[in-house]
Every structure is written in C-alpha cells, then in structure tokens.
Ligand binder design. Structure first.
Ligand code: THU
Length: 138
C-alpha cells in the first residue's frame, strides 16, 4: 500500500500535510513546508515549519508533526508512513535532523515527497543509512 507512491492510501496524509503547510510560519525563508505522519493506531497528524526571529530556534514541519504525534501517544515502532509537501518544483526531502528524529520511531518508514505535480517515494533507512540509534548506547 505505502510502497506505491500513487496509492489512494496516501490521500489523507497528503491532505493533512497540505492543510498544515497553509499554517506554516515562515516569514524569514518564505519556504512553507507541510508534513503528515500516520501512526499504527491509524491517526494522521500534521505539522508545519515554525520559524523564529532567532533563526536557530525554528522548527521543521516533520519534527513539529512528530512532537504532536508523540503527545498523542506515538511510541517507538509506531510510525507507519510520512509525507512532506512543498509548493516548489524540486521535491523537499527531510533535513538530517528530521531524519534522525524520525528514525527513533520507525526504522522502515516510507517517506513520500510531493509537490502539486509529482511524488517521489523513499524509505527512511535509505535516507539515513548507518544511523545512530538507541542500540549504540547499550
Ligand atoms: N524545512 C522543513 O520544515 N522541512 C524540511 O524538510 C526542510 C526544511 C523548513 C525549515 C525552514 O523553516 C525552512 O524550511 C527553510 O529551511
């Protein structure tokens, strides 16, 4: 289902991501990003980037969605799929920090990148190979 970028299963995630993107607070970069996460419990949770006048305080859409999902009960292993949307020609992949944050909750996460015209499907483990995880702390 989530191994096909054109599966209708992505529709609720795409809708949530676009809706969240409309709420992005990005007055500095003017680069609005929306994200949506699907949890094992079937919840779809959106997020948008939230910038700050003190630039490093800014938060990416993916980590905003992740924070909301954890607050809604998400635990490691409970992420099923993720979407990232932007309204620019080149698709936007999650930044390194967001890849690391997401992999804490799902090793094998399908990540769909989309704009108004095209989609591209990746797997989180391909976006962040040889990742550092809790297993390395033992
Ligand atoms: N941004 C995201 O929210 N997610 C990404 O995947 C890439 C970048 C945001 C951070 C910042 O607000 C703006 O895009 C420009 O970097």
């Amino acid at each position: 289902m989530y191994d096909d970028p054109h599966s209708p299963a992505w529709t609720p995630l795409l809708e949530a991501a676009w809706k969240a993107r409309d709420c992005a607070h990005a007055p500095y970069s003017r680069f609005q990003v929306g994200a949506a996460l699907l949890t094992a419990g079937g919840e779809v949770i959106g997020g948008c980037n939230v910038e700050n006048a003190a630039y490093p305080v800014s938060l990416c859409a993916e980590r905003g969605a992740l924070s909301a999902a954890v607050a809604a009960g998400l635990r490691p292993g409970g992420l099923v799929a993720a979407v990232v949307v932007t309204d620019v020609a080149e698709l936007t992949p999650p930044c390194g920090a967001c890849r690391q944050a997401l992999i804490e909750f799902a090793g094998h996460l399908p990540v769909l990148l989309a704009n108004r015209h095209t989609r591209q499907l990746h797997r989180l483990e391909d976006l962040l190979p040889h990742s550092f995880t809790g297993g390395h702390l033992r």
